[in-house]
Design a protein around this ligand. Structure first.
Ligand code: 4NP
Length: 152
């Protein structure tokens, strides 16, 4: 079992979007028994909350459900529990490394560094542009799934 954790600041916009899109791609490829996906926040601000309305409605447009998803905060034990711990932007990556006490570990990296975009995922909490975020998240998830499939 390969375990993937997406991390952003609030765990209501970007990382739950990546979690839901990645799970959808995995289901469509029949790989659900091999790859598990989760997401978490750096902050404690939205613990227990469902994804942001903008994330919910954008995903709904693409037939992807967010039912049952709830925000949670990154914990130290996540370092052992996951094979990939992926920050949605470079601040997230820096904060993950600090919190987990892992300045160099290759399992912690920035999401879009897997793609030709090589940039932060813009935060739609501030930009309001959930489409831009969705398009980048889809690219990143496809790249991540290709990388994982090579290791299966
Ligand atoms: P996210 O976006 O990190 O993509 O979930 C944010 C969500 C909430 C806040 C900031 C960013 N906030 O300030 O509450």
């Amino acid at each position: 079992m390969i375990r993937v954790l997406f991390v952003c600041l609030g765990n209501i916009c970007r990382s739950p979007m990546a979690e839901a899109v990645m799970r959808d791609l995995i289901e469509k490829k029949g790989l659900s028994s091999k790859i598990k996906v989760d997401s978490a926040a750096m902050s404690s601000w939205h613990i227990g909350e469902p994804p942001h309305k903008g994330t919910q409605s954008k995903l709904k447009e693409y037939g992807i459900s967010t039912s049952g998803m709830k925000g949670r905060q990154l914990v130290k034990e996540d370092f052992e529990s996951f094979d990939y711990i992926i920050g949605m932007d470079s601040n997230n990556v820096r904060n993950i490394r600090e919190k987990l006490g892992q300045p160099e570990h290759p399992k912690i990296f920035r999401f879009l560094d897997l793609t030709s975009h090589k940039k932060d995922v813009p935060d739609p909490y501030y930009t309001g542009d959930f489409q831009e975020t969705y398009d980048l998240v889809l690219d990143g998830c496809k790249a991540l799934l290709e990388k994982i499939e090579e290791s299966l």
